[in-house]
Design a protein around this ligand. Structure first.
Ligand SMILES: [Zn+2]
Length: 616
């Protein structure tokens, strides 16, 4: 039986299908089979990995790289060093790494590696394994890489590890030698410093041998539920009693770019089929304090799945697991690790955020190092909308106020760096966080101001359909927004993503003269934008959109701002603009406001309102 070859053939067929959607696009593909033996006394694991690597690039590969993430959890590691150089280090990293004893540290070492049966030469460079191949892999060819590895699970420092703050035994993320991605921009052999997500799409077949006392959850469909029991079994069929003191958990995770698992002796396991057909698993250590929130969680997630499927595209796997573990909340393939001792609203909030990452990272696999804001920012944007749906409050128009405040705080701090900054290389965690999460979320909500909410909604769905299971970049997203809005939007990327320029428009003055109402506007900030203007007298409102010349168009529909009149373009090189509205005006007050929907991230809104009195 040669399963890898069969899979390779199937993948080539699938590959031809999507090459037509994105002409010229290519990505690598793997089939990864692992067998792991867990020693829960020494917290060490030994494993073998068979990786079938399909080189679908146009290049001949002579070397390969693997991530060895657990090596970051050592005193003096690159993660330790960089964290200590930041003005606002993550206390989860610096405080914990400082006190690690050798038996509490993490490590991951490769003991042997062959390619197509020939020994490969390899060298461990901290968190990266550098491999010189015994023979090159030409374009269009596959290679079979067999390795043996040994790892030690660190006391939990950041994300992965054992014995987390809430007593979860094993949070096993970033735990195996993971092939680095080679894409249209080349190799991405990033050391594990803090931010890690980028992987090769493929199918994972993972078997974990562990003491029978543990209950596992993780990526992938369990292949032997009758054997492991623990709430995974089909109650209508007889259980198969495992022999000996160990159980083997066999998972298959198709079309993912990562594989996570967690284990605890005390997990309570709730299984619930959602209305969209997805089987959801909830694994948590039940306490009197957290029980009510965890018991309510499935119902909230059921509503969330239904709503998200409709607004952001259908969840493509049959299963998802919400697992207590980790050190906050972190997304993985087909599941999440979240801390679980929370009140209901916080538990639902973190669950929605991490679930939403299934779209913006686990399905739309952007390179988190280069586009962290497309992962965290898009997720923040979407989860604000979903939370607003689950806990109705304000209009969804104002669901993103927190992101705007985060972005404005970043601008005021003077610490802002462009969104193009590599996620690990930001000079402060503050700058990274407010850029990736807040400025990234504002990117989308503000885009709805430019192209209209309807066009943005279509853009997100089209993006999902065209780029699912691939590695989109910002240019790919912008092209979709351009198609959906019939506008040119490169300028928006160039300013918002590539620079730290900010937006400030103001009303200089307004007056009535013989030919009508004159309104003088000024671009104070250095980033140009189209301007939505509302002119209100009593209960009459006139809504005007002034397009930016380089948009080469304007929004045609926007449920939050129904434009009555499209004014002449504002050429971007001019800092002033005069709008003349001919006609008669009643006596009384006229209120002129720039961007009444407050989606434009105008850093100074004080000059956005202007009032004039029309007197007899
Ligand atoms: Zn996130």
């Amino acid at each position: 039986m040669n399963r890898p070859i069969l899979i390779a053939i199937l993948l080539c067929i699938a590959w031809k299908g999507f090459a037509q959607v994105n002409p010229g696009y290519w990505q690598q593909r793997i089939y990864c089979q692992m067998e792991v033996d867990m020693d829960h006394v020494r917290h060490q694991y030994q494993g073998t990995q068979r990786l079938v690597y399909q080189n679908q690039s146009p290049d001949t590969l002579r070397e390969l790289y693997y991530h060895l993430y657990p090596n970051a959890f050592q005193k003096g590691s690159e993660m330790d060093a960089w964290s200590n150089r930041l003005p606002d280090p993550d206390s989860r990293i610096v405080d914990n790494l400082l006190n690690l004893q050798p038996e509490d540290e993490g490590f991951l070492h490769v003991r042997s590696l062959t390619m197509n049966g020939l020994p490969a030469s390899f060298q461990e460079n901290r968190t990266i394994l550098e491999v010189i191949l015994p023979e090159p892999i030409p374009p269009g060819r596959s290679a079979v890489l067999d390795m043996a590895f040994i790892g030690q699970v660190p006391i939990q420092t950041r994300r992965s590890g054992r014995d987390n703050a809430e007593g979860v035994d094993y949070s096993m993320c970033q735990w195996y030698p993971k092939i680095c991605n080679y894409d249209r921009k080349g190799w991405h052999a990033n050391p594990y410093v803090q931010r890690e997500f980028y992987g090769v799409w493929g199918d994972y077949d993972v078997t974990i041998h562990i003491d029978t006392s543990f209950i596992l959850g993780g990526s992938g469909y369990l292949q032997n539920p009758q054997e492991v029991g623990c709430g995974y079994e089909d109650p209508t069929r007889p259980l198969v009693n495992p022999t000996g003191s160990r159980k083997s958990w066999h998972f298959l995770a198709p079309n993912v770019h990562d594989f996570m698992w967690a284990a605890d002796r005390d997990y309570t396991h709730i299984r619930r089929t959602m209305q969209n057909g997805v089987e959801a698993h909830f694994l948590y250590i039940r306490t009197e304090e957290n029980a009510a929130a965890w018991e309510a969680l499935p119902t909230y997630m059921d509503s969330a799945f239904l709503y998200i499927d409709q607004v952001f595209g259908p969840y493509p796997y049959r299963q998802y697991s919400f697992i207590q573990g980790g050190d906050g909340g972190m997304e993985y393939a087909m599941g999440t690790l979240i801390t679980g001792n929370r009140g209901l609203r916080s538990l639902v909030g973190v669950s929605v955020h991490e679930l939403m990452h299934s779209w913006y990272q686990m399905i739309l696999g952007t390179n988190e190092s280069l586009f962290a804001w497309m992962d965290e920012g898009f997720t923040s944007y979407a989860s604000s909308i979903v939370k607003n749906h689950l806990f109705p409050g304000n209009s969804p128009l104002f669901a993103h106020q927190g992101s705007y405040q985060g972005y404005f705080g970043l601008v005021r701090s003077g610490l802002e760096e462009p969104l193009t900054t590599h996620a690990d290389h930001f000079l402060s965690n503050f700058s990274y966080g407010n850029s990736a999460y807040s400025k990234g979320a504002v990117f989308l909500h503000q885009l709805s101001y430019i192209i209209g909410q309807e066009a943005l909604d279509r853009t997100l769905l089209d993006y999902y359909h065209k780029w699912q299971f691939k590695h989109p970049t910002v240019e790919d997203f912008i092209r979709i927004a351009e198609h959906q809005s019939d506008q040119e939007l490169d300028w928006y990327q160039e300013y918002w993503v590539n620079t730290t320029r900010s937006i400030d428009y103001g009303v200089d003055t307004a007056f009535l003269s013989g030919d009508g109402l004159h309104i003088l506007l000024r671009q104070v900030g250095h980033m140009p934008m189209p301007v939505d203007l509302a002119i209100q007298q009593d209960d009459q409102v006139l809504r005007i959109t002034i397009p930016l010349d380089i948009q080469r168009g304007q929004k045609t529909m926007d449920k939050y701002f129904t434009t009555d009149r499209i004014a002449d373009d504002w050429p971007w090189t001019y800092d002033r603009y005069e709008l003349v509205l001919p006609g008669q005006w009643e006596n009384g007050e006229i209120l002129i406001s720039i961007d009444p929907t407050q989606r434009m991230a105008d850093v100074n809104r004080d000059n956005n309102l202007y009032t004039i009195q029309i007197t007899p």
